[in-house]
Design a protein around this ligand. Sequence first.
Ligand code: CMC
Length: 379
Amino acid sequence: MTAVCEYRAGLEGIPVTQSSISFVDGHRGILEYRGIPIDKLAESSTFLEVAYLLIWGELPNKDELEAFEHEVNHHRRLKYRIRDMMKCFPESGHPMDALQASAAALGLFYSRRALADPAYIRAAVVRLLAKIPTMVAAFQLIRKGNDPVQPRDDLGYSANFLYMLSEKEPDPLSAMIFDVCLILHAEHTINASTFSAMVTASTLTDPYAVVASAVGTLAGPLHGGANEEVIDMLEEIGSVENVEAWLDARLASKGKIMGFGHRVYKVKDPRATTLQSLAERLFEKYGEDEYYEIAVALEKAVEERLGHKGIYPNVDFYSGLVYRKLGIPTDLFTPVFAISRTAGWLAHWKEQLAENRIFRPTQIYTGTHEVDYVPIHGR
Ligand code: CMC
């Protein structure tokens, strides 16, 4: 088979699938899930309702939503052997590595692979949406030397996660804001981790391997890992007065500004706008974050210098400030992203299975041919 089009690094602009799950207009700053604008969903829906929409294509009615919530609520617990396995992980390890290993381990326990059976698909969706948050919270407690707390069936998805993390029931505003964060991160067309999920899905392996491969891809600093690096960067800048000098030095050394720029968005990411206003709501109630003024000054300075290149805040720029105020440790920001994006990965898994063909792209060979073999003593 010969290449049918030119090589584009990073597959920029090359469609790899046909999808009806989400839509981005990077010039007008529009993001839709199944055609519904993201701000409308953030305002009116819950995360589980949005996950249902993404995966099954339509918003659930009241009975469907209640049934789905009930199923997810009742599958949150982890098998004790998974918890014991997590206790063997080094506490200094990154929580994304812990999550990737734990998600993959689910495949050991649920090894049936009935990909054509809708009941199997639903059970896998429920299990992954239910257990990924429990895994993230469990590793957080285990690495502090504590036993994980059991999920509470009387709490909603987001309130329960915050409870499992801190062992305290969150107030309704915090739970609501966290839920909106999950909605905003749930899906974003063909980004690196989603593509990874689709490639893995196309081999017809199990859904736990699909999600584990996507978690590994999300972990990198050019993708989900950027939210963590934003906080390190704001800490390094240290003060509003230092913003301009820090930025100039960073740009002079050809360094990237974390939380800025996007392959698709050439204006401010609509999710960043919503996250900024959520951060402000939290600051009104709980007091401002020391890094917020620095972040706002940095956004202005980056716009002045790089706005002409279409470099504006992306989803990762303000999310960390929200998570900090919710008491989430910095190295859990990307696992939180994974909790949410599991919905999008599963939607693409299901869509991929519906019309599957294994991914097998081609390459442009740049090596040599017919090279003489030199025996080891002659090299
Ligand atoms: N800071 C400074 N310059 C930038 C940045 C940035 N954050 N992003 C892009 N540029 C410049 C880049 O130097 C290049 O300039 P020139 O054309 O003069 O060489 C131009 O813009 C194009 O950049 P690119 O790296 O070729 O763009 P890309 O589409 O390959 O990369 C990106 C997109 C998101 C990886 C990149 O913008 C980046 O590294 N941003 C920082 C990391 C980050 O915030 N990642 C989170 C992405 S959004 C959420 C997610 O995917 O998880």
